[in-house]
Design a protein around this ligand. Structure first.
Ligand code: BGC
Length: 248
C-alpha cells in the first residue's frame, strides 16, 4: 500500500497530499481546490474525489479533517461549515464517493496528533493543549500521548461571548485588531484554559502560527506557550496518521 492521503477541509480551501509517515511530511506536492459554496457534504465530497485522483496513490487509505465534532465517523456540529453536515455519516459518504477506506477526524484533533507525533509536542507526556487559531478556534487535549477528542474549547463561553468569536485569527482580521490588541484577547482566552485544565504546555497552531513572533510573547500567562511546528500542514499529516491507525 502507498502513502496514506490526508485531506484538510477548511472554510476557504480543501487541501490534500500523500503523507510520508516516517518524516511526518508531505510525500508529494499539496493540491488545493476552493471550498465550494455552499459547502454541502455532496459538493465537498465531489471536490475531494477530484483531489485524490491527482495523486499516484490509487488505493491507499484517506484521512479527512472536518471542522466540527466527529464521533464514530458522524458529524455532530458545523459552526463554520454548511449546517447540512450535522447527522451525516461522513465516513460512509466519503468511503462510497472516493471508492476506498476513508476516516474523518476533527481538524484540531488531527493537528494535535500531528504535533504530538512530529512537532512541537513531540513525545510530551504531560497535559498539552493544542489550539488552532483560524476561522474558528479548535482544540486538542493531550495527556500521556493520548488524545481526548472533540474538546471544542473554542466554544467556551467567556464574559458572555463564544470564545472563538472574540479571539480567532479571523476576528483579528475582521475587526482590524493590532497584534497587541489581539494578544490581549488571547490572554483572556488562555487564562481561562489555564484555570480549567492546568496544562503543562500550550501549542498554538493554525495558519497564523507562522507569524507567532508578532504575538505569542504578548500573551501574558504562566504556562509555557509555543508555536506549532507543522503550521498548516498539521491537519493533512494528522488526518493521514489517524486513518492509518484506524486501519490497524
Ligand atoms: C469548530 C471545531 C473546529 C474549530 C476549528 C470550531 O468552530 O466547532 O470543531 O475544530 O472551529 O476549525
Amino acid at each position: 500500500m502507498g502513502n496514506p492521503i490526508g485531506i484538510d477541509f477548511g472554510g476557504s480551501g480543501i487541501k490534500a497530499a500523500p503523507v510520508d509517515l516516517v518524516m511526518g511530511d508531505f510525500a508529494a506536492k499539496r493540491e488545493k481546490i476552493k471550498t465550494p459554496v455552499p459547502s454541502t457534504p455532496e459538493a465537498v465530497a465531489e471536490v475531494m474525489a477530484e483531489l485524490v485522483a491527482r495523486f499516484d496513490e490509487t488505493d491507499s487509505p484517506v484521512g479527512v479533517t472536518v471542522p466540527g465534532v466527529i464521533r464514530h465517523g458522524e458529524a455532530f456540529s458545523a459552526a463554520n461549515i454548511d449546517a447540512s453536515w450535522i447527522g451525516v455519516d461522513v465516513d460512509a459518504l466519503l468511503t462510497e464517493r472516493l471508492g476506498r477506506e476513508v476516516h474523518v477526524v476533527n481538524d484540531a484533533d488531527a493537528a494535535g496528533v500531528a504535533e504530538l507525533r512530529y512537532g512541537a509536542a513531540k513525545g510530551h507526556e504531560g497535559v498539552v493543549i493544542v489550539t488552532t487559531l483560524g476561522t474558528g478556534i479548535g482544540s486538542a487535549l493531550l495527556y500521556r500521548g493520548l488524545l481526548v477528542p472533540n474538546t471544542e474549547l473554542g466554544h467556551l463561553e467567556i464574559d458572555g461571548h463564544d470564545a472563538e468569536k472574540r479571539a480567532a485569527s479571523s476576528i483579528k482580521e475582521l475587526e482590524g485588531l493590532s497584534w497587541k490588541e489581539w494578544a490581549e484577547r488571547l490572554t483572556v482566552y488562555y487564562r481561562t484554559l489555564e484555570k480549567l485544565f492546568s496544562p503543562d504546555l500550550f501549542v498554538v497552531g493554525g495558519g497564523v502560527s507562522k507569524d507567532s513572533e508578532h504575538f505569542l510573547h504578548l500573551v501574558d500567562i504562566a504556562t509555557e506557550i509555543i508555536p506549532a511546528k507543522l503550521h498548516n500542514r498539521a491537519g493533512i499529516v494528522g488526518a493521514a496518521v489517524f486513518t492509518t491507525e484506524k486501519d490497524d
